[in-house]
Design a protein around this ligand. Structure first.
Ligand code: G3H
Length: 542
């Protein structure tokens, strides 16, 4: 079978066929970061393969070996936790008691160092998870921007705290304080961006962290370990490699984690919470799965709607928590919509991530093509049809997006978050059908509403706003821009993320209170003038 689906000229034979700038170098990385030291791992290593097939040393085509990373055990994982605990030092650590200004300096130093690794990280994003070149570049740049935006947001937040308040005869100096030790786990679809959107706000607020990269998209973290080591005090960021079972579970079991920060599946989040013995100690910052619907009203502009639905359902092959995972289309326009949408899907360019204008790319999870095929088989055995010509064409690392119609609740595709290239279309007669389905769903992240008659759209927005957390009007669902709140109802999220909200999610309001009398006021004033406390300070960061 060929690596590339009927795309002339794209068949890959050897690494030499790949433009030099995108050719991978094997990277066997045997280090990890604990207590400010880059330690060498002497144990088992796990090989990292790309699902992109090239010719191997024996002249056979197969997944490309990209390198290896430590397959770490529970013992070093617990040492990493100990190191994070030591750096927090029950609130006494240098990092949690440091002036905000100094923490921001550390973060700025990190961002400057990180920028030097753009090329390597972008190349690894393409090879490890098959993200196309422009989206890989966007992921890197968006992450760096997120760090700089975080610096600004924290400055603003801190500026507001540089003062005393007085109510009911009590002076109060209110700030946001860290929560403690954070276990940070990110997803494979945004292995850099989404992980850092947890890790960066977590540490800048004064927490310390243990971080384990996702299973796919792991080598791309390795160039950044040194930057973490050089930018932050020892133990603030600890980075491990390996399986969640051997690393995350034993850490949670200790009961010493204060925040579980995870973007991934709710089943992993629940399993990890279950390990923690002190449920109320554990705070949660979770971005979980979703089944965002697109609802197309009879008067929607179909050209525009199809364009947004393509980007919503199939950007990065549908492997986004925010992807449109089901389309409800009014029966009066369904035939026209299906025709236009299927044609648009069949016109998408499939190829290797660095090829020009490529939209569809190989899937990183080896089992995904078969999983999608099983969803197709299940739906077609219950009455749905694949309505686009190329739908379901398969290779070892890909399956061409399949548009399934009509889908109903007897099919697995109706219920499961497919996270891949398959699009269920459900016809509706009465708008209450999609509304009821949204209300009954386990998920509640976002919706896309397509239409133009405000007398219809207005009341629908009012209802949908009570079922999800973002109503996208004639626009695909998405997380960004990162200043907007990213969250979800039900099984889709716990806590809110955005540049600003993440700073709140990883901290708690704490204040120093003092009754208004001459004795206390004199002490407060001399405290402020003395610089003895980093918390009680009217330091204004410009
Ligand atoms: O996987 C879920 C991501 O948060 C989606 O982000 O909408 O920017 O692709 P995005």
């Amino acid at each position: 079978m060929s690596n590339v689906l009927s795309v002339p000229g794209s068949n890959l034979l050897t690494l030499n066929d790949i433009p030099e700038a995108y050719r991978p170098q094997e990277n066997h990385f045997n280090q990890y970061l604990i207590g400010g030291e880059l330690k060498t791992w002497e144990g088992e290593m796990a090989e990292v393969y790309s699902s992109i097939h090239t010719e191997n040393k024996n002249g056979e085509m197969g997944p490309t070996l990209l390198g290896s990373v430590p397959d770490m055990e529970s013992e070093p994982a617990l040492l990493a936790l100990e190191s994070a605990n030591k750096a927090f030092d029950r609130g006494k650590g240098e990092w949690p008691t440091m002036r905000v200004r100094e923490r921001l300096n550390c973060l700025e130093r990190f961002a400057d160092k990180m920028k030097a690794h753009r090329e390597e990280v972008v190349k690894l994003l393409m090879w490890e998870i098959g993200k196309n070149l422009s989206d890989s570049q966007k992921e890197f740049d968006r992450t760096v921007d997120y760090i700089y935006d975080t610096l600004d947001a924290y400055k603003k937040l801190d500026q507001k705290s540089a003062k005393f308040e007085k109510e009911g005869g009590i002076h109060a100096h209110i700030r946001r304080s860290p929560l403690g030790v954070v276990l940070c786990l990110g997803p494979y679809n945004y292995p850099l961006n989404e992980t850092f959107c947890l890790l960066i706000p977590a540490i800048v607020m004064g927490n310390t962290a243990v971080f384990k990269p996702a299973k796919h998209g792991v080598l791309l973290i390795t160039p950044l370990l040194k930057a973490f080591q050089e930018s932050f005090p020892a133990g603030v960021v600890n980075i491990l490699f390996g399986r969640g079972r051997k690393i995350a579970q034993p850490i949670m079991k200790t009961g010493q984690v204060d925040v579980l920060a995870l973007i991934g599946h709710s089943s992993s989040a629940v399993a990890l919470q279950d390990e923690h013995p002190n449920k109320n100690r554990l705070r949660l910052v979770l971005g979980l799965e979703a089944k965002n619907p697109g609802v197309v009203l009879p008067d929607a502009d179909l050209e525009h709607t199809v364009k947004e639905c393509i980007s919503g359902t199939l950007s990065f092959n549908g492997q986004r928590c925010t992807a449109l995972k089901v389309l409800y289309v009014h029966e009066s326009i369904i035939d026209e919509f299906n025709k236009k949408f299927s044609e648009a899907v069949d016109n998408l360019k499939y190829g290797l991530p660095w090829e020009e204008d490529v939209f569809l790319t190989p899937l990183p999870e080896p089992s995904k093509p078969q999983y999608i095929k099983d969803l197709i088989d299940d739906a077609t055995s219950k009455g749905a049809k694949v309505i686009n010509k190329k739908g379901g064409q398969m290779t070892e690392n890909y399956i061409y997006p399949a548009v399934l119609y009509p889908v109903d609740d007897s099919m697995s595709l109706y219920h499961e978050e497919q996270f891949g290239p398959i699009i269920p279309i459900i016809p509706y007669k009465d708008i209450n059908e999609p509304l009821d389905a949204m209300a009954a769903s386990e998920y509640g992240q976002q919706v896309s509403l397509f239409g133009r008659d405000v007398t219809k759209i207005g009341p629908l927005i009012d209802i949908m706003a009570n079922l999800v957390c973002r109503v996208n009007l004639n626009s695909a669902c998405q997380r960004g821009p990162d200043v907007y709140p990213f969250t979800g109802r039900k099984n889709s999220a716990v806590s809110t993320l955005s540049v600003f909200d993440a700073l709140r999610s990883f901290s708690i309001r704490t204040f120093v209170a003092s009754k208004d009398n001459p004795y206390n006021n004199e002490i407060l004033e001399s405290l402020l003038n003395s610089n003895e406390s980093n918390f009680v300070s009217s330091d204004y960061i410009l």
